[in-house]
Design a protein around this ligand. Sequence first.
Ligand SMILES: *Cc1c(COP(=O)(O)O)cnc(C)c1O
Length: 422
Amino acid sequence: MDSVKVKFLQLDQTDTLAKFRPEFFIPKNNLGDNTIYYCGNSLGLLSARAEKGVIQELEDWKKYGVEGHLQAENPWVHYHEFLNESMAEIVGALPSEVVMMNGLTSNLHFMMVSFYRPTKIRNKILIEYSAFPSDRYAVESQIRFHGFDPKDCLIILEPELGEDYISKENIAKVFEIHGESIALALIGSVNYYTGQAYPIHFITKIAHRYGAQVGFDLAHGAGNLLLHLHDDGPDFAVWCGYKYLNGGPGCIAGCFVHERHHDRPDLPRFSGWWAHDKKSRFKMSSKFELMKGAEGWQLSNPPILAMASMKQSLSIFHEAGMQNLRKKSIHMNSLLTSLLVEWDHPSISVITPQNIDENGCQLSIRLRQPDKSIFVALTNQGVIADWREPDVIRIAPVPLYNNFEELITFFNKFKQIVENYG
Ligand SMILES: *Cc1c(COP(=O)(O)O)cnc(C)c1O
């Protein structure tokens, strides 16, 4: 065995997080061997714990029917509260600032109902270049909903021409030009395409200085980056539960509302009975009494089966610790980046920034000559990654269930495929 491979195997032996990998179901290839699953940024894997958690709720439903709302082992009426603390820990928030509900795009809309309140002079929304399409559709529809035109009201935070990297200067510049007319800045961090983690603290400060509200889409950030939402102070944030958080396909999403907005009955919002003060919710009064905190943005009683897998998955994060996860992720990421940089093949470039404050698990590798067959060959060799049009392969080694050995195996396969294609 070559010495590089030995080094990677040794790293697995001393990895204190290695004990979590056996808890996860790693998809197999046709021969029954583990694939290299580098798609945790798109759909995280199922853990045995999450599977058991869902079965538990099915059993309680079987046993109790409607009484399960109070009698189940985890009484369903309070279910979302069981998730608040561990979720808050992951995103660096107070438990009262976090609630799990709906889907990501739905939460984004509900947040914009409260935090995008355009006026004649301040009506623009700032989003980043190559924002995730759903965010863009949501934002454009909100602009139209208020009777404005996205042509006038949507501003894109752009990198320099021909680049992918968005610098603090780019951010400062867009606010200098448009700051007085920006009502809301909505930025995704990590960017799904380039893998760049944008500076949440910096963007929040500058947006607030110009009098804009600011929200973050952390679909690719939650369970990946070390986040400090309370201290960094954005007005809101949203994220999904099925990417790094391993909640399962279409799982319940997350929402953060900063404490400063917790007692704001003046903020417009779309309400439902789950936003009603829980002490008197079941009096079923026609008079609405708003609950304080992020929970006051809920509408419906939540989907317990989705909450159940999420609850178990969050317990794994709690045991592993975000600090440790991020540390391993940085280590894996820098090893893989060094291999790619040292190899220095003319057909590829890594567009994800290499500075550890500006990346997460994901590495976006651009093929200089867009050729999807390289990606297809990788898939055929048991690497599950993903392809983003027009020219990017995204690789996301995830610290909870990926190991160091896979890095070198992946690299050797990738190298061989690219070199064979010339
Ligand atoms: C994954 C992702 C979404 C998906 O939205 P859903 O409402 O969960 O379907 C939206 N925005 C970003 C930035 C994403 O990465």
